[in-house]
Design a protein. Structure first.
Length: 288
């Protein structure tokens, strides 16, 4: 039986939405926010010891019961933030006001600090503007490869094994369809990809696809992925400015800094990776 489970979810468009434009690299200030919302794609994994899963699940259930009176309500980052989705999925059905729903969002995000190192994060950000060769650089597959490699290295350090629990990206649970199948291909190295550092994932022993609405830790992974995505939508250009003294932080991203996997206290390139990482600046992002 595996020692750990890694719950994977994503945020941002999985495909290329805008044509390749070198000006987005040379003069990023000329591009509007809508461009950056389409530019970034993120996969985040929450690594949890098998013995800790039940405790985190219970806290999610408690928070849902207190706010909604419904432990089965599905929590999605987009639904919590988009005004139309907030009203449709939470405010009207559960007769909530904005303030109460905002408090729930704060409390559920606080689970990262409440459980501290019992919830570890590995995330990768794909910056689409850098890729002229789009046929051979799929945002989802490339990002997934980096996350799986970092998970494999982490399990090697822990001398442990891990089962991947992935939010199903298609209507069918079949792992042979659409993005589900592509993720399996990455895990089994059936997909030809560049810069493969792991020939065989010996410590990632299985992969399961589950519906997010049925798995609380996948819902928490969705929130983690969104917070990383939002950090780069808001401040992704600053990430690559060596003359910048400090990196501005999206508040909910900042709350998760203590959860990212590190090596020698360094987060960048270990628990948080970027494709490509042209500047390679650590930004003082270290384990709190």
């Amino acid at each position: 039986m595996a020692d750990y489970l890694a719950f994977l979810d994503d945020s941002g468009p999985k495909d290329y939405r805008a044509p390749y434009d070198p000006q987005a690299i040379a003069c990023p200030q000329e591009f509007e926010r809508a461009f950056w919302e389409q530019n970034y794609f993120v996969i985040a994994a929450l690594v949890v010891k098998r013995d800790d899963v039940a405790a985190i699940h219970r806290e999610m259930v408690r928070l849902k019961d207190e706010t909604f009176g419904d432990r089965d309500v599905e929590i999605k980052s987009d639904w919590l933030r988009n005004p139309h989705q907030r009203a449709k999925h939470y405010l009207r059905p559960y007769h909530l006001d904005e303030e109460r729903l905002n408090r729930f969002g704060q409390h559920v995000t606080e689970l990262f600090s409440t459980f501290g190192p019992r919830i570890q994060i590995v995330a990768c950000v794909f910056d689409k503007r850098y890729y002229r060769d789009r046929q051979n650089n799929d945002p989802c597959c490339n990002t997934c490869q980096v996350v799986l490699e970092r998970l494999e290295f982490h399990m090697q350090r822990l001398a442990g094994t891990c089962i991947l629990v992935v939010d199903q990206m298609e209507d069918s649970l079949s792992p042979e369809r659409g993005k589900n199948g592509e993720i399996v291909d990455v895990l089994l190295n059936r997909r030809r990809m560049r810069h493969t550092f792991v020939e065989r994932y010996r410590h990632l022993t299985d992969i399961q696809f589950r519906k997010s609405k049925e798995e609380n830790l996948l819902q928490l992974a969705d929130l983690a992925a969104y917070n990383v995505y939002r950090q780069f939508v808001d401040y992704g250009r600053e990430w690559e400015k060596p003359i910048q003294e400090t990196l501005p932080l999206y508040p909910y991203f900042q709350r998760m800094l203590g959860n990212f996997i590190t090596k020698n206290d360094r987060i960048r390139g270990i628990g948080l990776c970027k494709l490509p990482d042209t500047a390679k600046i650590n930004w003082g992002l270290r384990k709190k």
